[in-house]
Design a protein around this ligand. Sequence first.
Ligand SMILES: Nc1ncnc2c1ncn2[C@@H]1O[C@H](COP(=O)(O)OP(=O)(O)O)[C@@H](O)[C@H]1O
Ligand SMILES: CC(C)(COP(=O)(O)O)[C@@H](O)C(=O)NCCC(=O)O
Length: 243
Amino acid sequence: MTDDFVGRPSWPRPYVVAIAGSVAVGKSTVARLLRALLSRWPDHPKVDLVTTDGFLFPTRELEARGLMARKGFPESYDVKRMIGFLADIRATGRATSPVYSHQAYDILPGEEHVVDRPDILIFEGLNVLQIGAGMERANAPVFTASDFFDISIYIDAAEENIERWYLERFMLLQRTAFQNPASYFHHMAHAPFDEARAFALQLWERINGPNLRDNIEPSRSRADVILHKQADHGVDWLKLRRL
Ligand SMILES: Nc1ncnc2c1ncn2[C@@H]1O[C@H](COP(=O)(O)OP(=O)(O)O)[C@@H](O)[C@H]1O
Ligand SMILES: CC(C)(COP(=O)(O)O)[C@@H](O)C(=O)NCCC(=O)O
């Protein structure tokens, strides 16, 4: 009755789990594992997973704004659309998100991921705990993504390990995904090891490393849970802020 009066949904809304952390720290691995584990619980079988790379501006837009070397930085995301997505999930349990392809290195035109009343939504991305630039300004956002989370988990590790995981993943992709002529990095498919590694190191040193230090790590203290990984990906400690 009260819910009818204030216009809240009378069905149980999705429980939203946010997963944050650096590029290559293991967010998608943890998210997929969590999804598989939670799906097994008999009382909430429907678990959906959405990644925030779907809310990156398309390459065309990033190029127009001079942001191709700032991919993953706060200004490279359509934050308004992302908050709108989360607000729709809260209000109706249903929403659609654009789809990003690592192969195309771009948003896929015309494709969307439809979320339809899951019991649990895992919302994964390096920016989920960021509060947006210019909070002091008159046009400061009314909501931040965290307003829509039931629990948030920050995956943490020493930067030297994350950088190594990034380089290892790049070298693995060179032997596999980059071999596909449709891959954005196909020009690296046959590069000698040292050249490919130097290329990946530049991406880390110019984009992902600075983004970790300037924007991602500063959001860590907002997480409910910090899960710290050691060099072999094993979790050596876990901190709970509040539950
Ligand atoms: N538990 C793990 N054991 C072994 N390798 C892992 C583990 N977690 C992540 N990795 C590897 O580390 C790299 C980064 O993980 P990924 O989940 O892709 O990170 P993110 O989504 O944060 O960019 C990948 O190459 C992945 O295979
Ligand atoms: C799309 C991303 C911002 C998101 O990274 P993710 O959280 O999926 O690992 C990142 O993969 C990226 O493209 N960074 C820019 C530099 C690079 O190509 O690594």
